[in-house]
Every structure is written in C-alpha cells, then in structure tokens.
Design a protein around this ligand. Sequence first.
Ligand code: NAI
Ligand code: MG
Ligand code: MG
Ligand code: MG
Ligand code: ZN
Length: 530
Amino acid sequence: MEAALSPTPMERRPAKQGKLTTPGTGSPNVRLQGKGGELGTAIVCTPPPLPTLEYKQKLTLSAQQVENAGEHERTPEAWVSLAVPDRAITTRTMSSVVQKDFIERLFKGAASGSMDDVRLFLKGTFDVNVKNERGWTALMFAARNGHMGVVKELLQHGCDTTVINSTGQTALDMALFWNHADVARILQTDSHQANPDDNPRNYFSLNPLNRCSEKRKDKTWLRNKVLADNTRFIAFHNLSVLATKLPKGTSSQRYELARVEMKDIELYMAANPVTVFLGIEQTNRHTPLTFEEPGLFAVDLSLAEEDKVLSLMPDSILMPGYPAAMQLRPEEAGIYAEARSMLAWHDRYQFCPTCGSPSRLEEGGYKRVCEDMECRSHNGVHNTCYPRTDPSAIMLVVSPDGKRCLLGRSKRFPAKMFSCLAGFMEPGETIEDTVRREVEEESGVIVDRVEYHSSQPWPFPASLMLGCIAYATTDHIKLDEEEMEDARWFSRPEVVQMLTRQHPQGLFVPPEQAVAHQIIKTWVRRTANL
Ligand SMILES: NC(=O)C1=CN([C@@H]2O[C@H](COP(=O)(O)OP(=O)(O)OC[C@H]3O[C@@H](n4cnc5c(N)ncnc54)[C@H](O)[C@@H]3O)[C@@H](O)[C@H]2O)C=CC1
Ligand SMILES: [Mg+2]
Ligand SMILES: [Mg+2]
Ligand SMILES: [Mg+2]
Ligand SMILES: [Zn+2]
C-alpha cells in the first residue's frame, strides 16, 4: 500500500514491491518495478504513529493542559478532545506543527483507507481540498487506491473532483488508470460535480432564482412584490455591487451580495431609480409558486452618494466589475450576472435607438418602451426594446498532431497571462463560423472541426461566451499584430504548469472562474495519458 504515496503513480505501475529503509531517517522506501526493470525508488513518509499509551493519555488531556503543552505535544487527538462536542477545530487556533500533522494524517488515511484518520480531519473546519507539494488532494489518494468508503466520505464533505495535480490528473483519471471502476463511477456521477465534460457549470451561470417571466406583465403583482416585507434589493452604484465579506474559512470566495430592505432605501425609491425584477428565491421548483416566497430586485442607486450606499450594510464594499466580481460566492454569481447586465443595458439605452426619444421601463425592467407613440418601434418586433446579449466565441485550438494547444496574449492581458483566443460573433454567423474566422484572423491557423464545450454569461457588460474546442489542420502562426501580442503552441506538461501556477517563467492561464480555464482543463483531462 505504501506505493500509493509514490511521487508519480500515473507513470509507475508497480509490478513487484520490496521494502528497504532510507539510512539515517528510518523512513521505509519502496522500490518500484516495471516490465522493463526497476523504475525507481519512492520515499515514503513515516507512517502515522500507532495508538500508544502516550497517545491515549493525550486523548484525555484537559483543555488547559493542551493550551499549556509544548507545540510538539499538541497532537491532533488532543485538539479533537478540545473540540468535541461543540467547538470546531480551526486552523486559527492551531500551531503550524499540528496543522501539518493533521494534513499528513489526512493524506495517509485517505491513501490507506483509514476512515478514522480522515474523519479526524473532517471534524475541523479545514480546506478538504488541501494539496500536497505535488498537487495531490486526499480524494486523489483515496481514488488512486480504490478506497470507496473514503471517497464517498470526502465527496460528502465537498471535495472538488475537478482539481488536477501537478502532472495534470484528476482523482477520476487516477481511478480509471488504476482500474477502480466502482470509484470512477462514483466520481463521474457525483452530483456535486458531474463529469465536467457532460455538464460543465461555469461561474456566473449558477442562478438559483425562478425568473417568473410570466409575472413581469402583471403590474399589480409586481407592485405588491416590491412592497412585500421579505423582498430584498441588490444595490448597485455605477455598476459596482454592494457586497459583504463572508466569515473567514467558509470558502475560497470571499464576498456575498448584500440584500437591502425597502425601508432602508425608501428615500431613494422616491426618485424612481432603475429597478429590475430579478426573480423569486423559490425553495422548491416542483411546488406551485406562492406569493410568500421572497422576491429579489436589482436597484441602481447611482443617484446616491457612494458613502450613503455603503452605509446601507455594515462591513460592506462596492465591488467593481472584472476581476473583482470573481470573489463572489459561486452560488450567487449568476444573480450578479443577471443584475449587472440588466443595469448596464438601462444605463446605455436611455433613449430609443430608433428615433432618439426618451424611453421608459416596463415589464419589471425587462423592456424599454419609446415615449413617442408615433415611433416605428411600437409596430412589429423590435429587438431594440429588449435587453441585449453579445455572443462571443472562445476556443481552445488543438494542434494537428493533437499534442499541443494554441494560447494567445491579447494586448490588454495582465503580464504573463495566456488564454484561449476569443472574438465576438458577427451577424449571420454560426458558432463554428465565428470560431474559424476569429482563429484565422488572430493567429493565421486554419480550423476544421469545432466542438461545443459550454457557455458562460460574461456580464462586462453583456456577453455570452460560447466555449469551444477547435481542431486545427495547420500549425503555422501568423499573428494579428493589432489585437494580439503573442500566440504560441503549448505542450500538455507546460499547460499543466500554467494551470497549477508552477510554470518556471511564471506564465499562467485565467482563474477557474473563467470559461477559458475550464476549456483548457477539459483538454488536459482528455489527454491524461499524453
Ligand atoms: N470568459 C473568458 O474566459 C474570456 C472572456 N473574454 C471576453 O470575450 C469577449 C470577446 O473577445 P475579444 O478578443 O475582445 O473580441 P474580438 O477578437 O472580436 O476583438 C474585439 C474587438 O472587436 C470589435 N467588436 C466587434 N463586435 C463587438 C461587440 N459586440 N462588442 C464589443 N466589441 C466588438 C471591437 O473593435 C473590439 O475591440 C470580450 O468581451 C472579452 O472580455 C476573453 C477572454 C477570456
Ligand atoms: Mg479576440
Ligand atoms: Mg472580432
Ligand atoms: Mg478578434
Ligand atoms: Zn422611438
């Protein structure tokens, strides 16, 4: 079982194992044998101590004793005895030595299938996706060795199945490679994160609201909804959203949308600011909607002073657009996308695009109607009355030999960032046309087959990114010098370094909240054995 901790298990299939000991450290080593002979020796960390008498004594230490003990004496068990039953163990109160011990115990427990060790860790409020120096998570260790019980336990605690290690494998890749079909099935069908290829869920796309578009024309219903006690407002000021900080340690995302009550903004509402009905926070979509379920609106408070908006909610900030908005809770980033795109539309379309007369809001803010009754826009279908969305294609281009992918640097990118090529769709184009045209314009590369990956609302101000994987038939690059600063073919190992921020020259790709990141990761997943 020790081979489970070998540094590169994907490349090393041990046929035979033999134990030796590293002189000086006492740590057992594992000699790895392949078909062609010895593949190398992996150092295995010292196994967790057995429950000796000393350990058992520590289990019963009092809180004061633990506080007083030297760092080396504060074992995980002692901390757990402190935490049970109602105090969670937090990294804030724990010395770095014990933290390290905890994490090591988690990895070893996951690799050996020891549920007790894993549960010991899960009692705390640590990050279950903590990685070792090779980017391995506990889920990977458990998947690598086919420990179904541990895998299930970790998934229940929110372990992320999409994390890749420093050689670009996910827990699923490991389970498949090592023939743990049952574990692979669980990882593929885990409801928390379905197979990313089948059902990608991009940031800004998770909007839990029932938009109730049928209610937008019901003026009485809308008026009553605005005034209902449990209705809340997402407040914006010059397209920056009012947000509050989340308690530390709950998630890697640091902010959530502030929900303001009518009584706090009555003063501003008298001036009739742009207000958009976003939807209902319906707890169960399968039961009929009742009026009691809370409604959510977006309100543009740009007319108020910034300080006044901030004073609506303690400890709040006005979060500007990209990239700050990447710090919102993913569960509500979709609400933000809807709200910000809508307010940005109203901000830019205050006059009728057909005749230039002022226009007014209708249908809960989902329509603008020209005030001039003679205007052509009152007859027939006029898309100028409705919110706009600009589709853009974004694509990872795979080289003709399938071994490299094309990433580029637009002139406005931060230093050292490379990303997928992207471009706006033009009228009369299919998604495939846009992909082929933009790739050729920006890099000179010719694309044949185009495969759809997933889409992402991009509320800056109102794009819809259409994520694709495109297959090139040529690999000569001729750069569009006006838009692009650079475009290159990257090998898989280099892309993995960029995804995991371990590239020797510090090159990186956009963060996981960008669909570009997800498309790149899909290609890395599909080429796990390259
Ligand atoms: N979510 C993600 O992962 C990423 C998103 N993006 C977004 O993709 C979008 C398109 O990418 P670009 O390379 O900028 O497009 P692009 O390659 O078509 O070039 C941009 C230029 O196209 C023109 N253009 C044509 N139609 C336009 C429209 N509807 N709105 C604005 N400009 C238009 C403008 O002159 C603009 O400067 C941008 O909104 C960008 O922010 C870009 C990279 C990553
Ligand atoms: Mg472009
Ligand atoms: Mg373009
Ligand atoms: Mg372009
Ligand atoms: Zn008009």
